[in-house]
Unconditional design. Structure first.
Length: 156
């Protein structure tokens, strides 16, 4: 099991988690769900350079992802479809069944960027769908926009 979560012992953070709403002056809390340690590290390194963004957890399986996301202490998740155990589609289905805060964003980031996976991901509640081979920069762009409080730019 590869599961970690940044500690969150401050009272204001707990209050925000209870309200499940992002406060304008707080950091964008991002969870990375990716089975490849290399891609997970590359994402973490790239995202750590974005001001006002904090990586609060990482998971490599469906059950680990659901454990992290179930607490509601997140604003965005970067979600791979192929995981060590389970799938990103399983995570999406569970999030849809249990409901998620309206301010949260799900970014599917996959090597399986086929139309049927895109359609299914979006129908299960994903907000964005990007191809790992061609759109790595788009994940960073969307999260940078969200961290700055701006709506994400649409691709041109």
């Amino acid at each position: 099991m590869n599961l970690w979560m940044a500690s969150s012992s401050s009272a204001p953070r707990r209050e925000r988690a209870r309200n499940k709403e992002r406060v304008n002056d707080s950091k964008l809390r991002v969870v990375i769900v990716e089975d490849s340690p290399i891609i997970r590290a590359r994402l973490a390194e790239s995202l750590s350079e974005i001001p006002n963004l904090e990586i609060t957890g990482q998971a490599e399986s469906e059950s680990d992802a659901l454990a992290l996301l179930g607490g509601g202490d997140w604003d965005a998740v970067v979600l791979d479809l192929q995981l060590k155990q389970g799938t990103g589609l399983g995570v999406l289905k569970k999030l849809r069944q249990e409901g998620r805060a309206s301010h949260t964003k799900v970014i599917v980031f996959t090597n399986y960027a086929f139309p049927q996976y895109r359609d299914r991901s979006l129908s299960f509640g994903a907000d964005f769908f990007f191809d790992k081979a061609r759109e790595f920069h788009r994940v960073r762009d969307v999260l940078a926009d969200l961290a700055s409080g701006e709506p994400p730019r649409l691709p041109s």
